[in-house]
Write a protein that binds this ligand. Structure first.
Ligand code: SF4
Length: 180
């Protein structure tokens, strides 16, 4: 696993400062703003927005086909309305304090020890050491949270069958039939 300082050094070399353009919260190209969220993140966003959890997210839109008419996908994506995240209001995030890991760390993500950088107009702008360290910590925490969620999904898959003929979401807390 990468160290915080080493990762912060790399972020500083690349440079990043959010321009508040909102592009990462808007579908600018096919599925560009799909924000995958765990059940815990769904609850956090629901709490911040003051809405029921079942109005926060939709099933991740790539399904796998199983036997006996089973179809399933893993985890959820923040709901979009007209291609925009439903929590984007007047160019600002309405659930900023509770925004998911993907939003906290965009345009960066870790693939193992490799830092992946997505398109963003904020890249190349100077970033201070403190902000780079905070971003590096968030990236490492995100990686741990994603590993926990993946392990949870694997455990659910071993323990809970998707009912025959159903379309379901499998997350770390269970199997949720979305169409019977
Ligand atoms: S939760 Fe906030 S930061 Fe994340 S995509 Fe939606 S509006 Fe953007």
């Amino acid at each position: 696993m990468r160290g915080v300082d080493d990762l912060a050094d790399e972020v500083m070399k690349i440079g990043f400062a959010c321009t508040r353009c909102g592009a990462c919260c808007t579908e600018v190209s096919g599925d560009s703003n799909l924000v995958i969220v765990s059940p815990a993140e769904v609850r956090a966003v629901a709490g911040a927005a003051g809405i029921p959890a079942d109005e926060v997210a939709d099933p991740f839109p790539e399904y796998l086909d199983g036997e006996d008419g089973r179809r399933f996908t893993f985890d959820w994506c923040l709901r979009r309305e007209g291609g925009r995240c439903r929590f984007l209001g007047d160019g600002r995030c309405r659930v900023y304090a509770a925004r998911p890991w993907i939003c906290r760390t965009y345009p960066f993500m870790l693939d193992g020890d490799r830092l992946i950088v997505s398109e963003c107009p904020g890249l190349g702008r100077p970033i201070g050491r403190e902000a780079a360290v905070a971003l590096a910590r968030a990236l490492l925490d995100r990686q741990k949270a994603e590993a926990r969620e993946e392990a949870g999904i694997r455990a659910v898959m071993e323990a809970v069958p998707v009912p025959s003929g159903s379309v379901a979401v499998i997350d770390s807390e269970g199997v949720w039939v979305v169409h019977g």
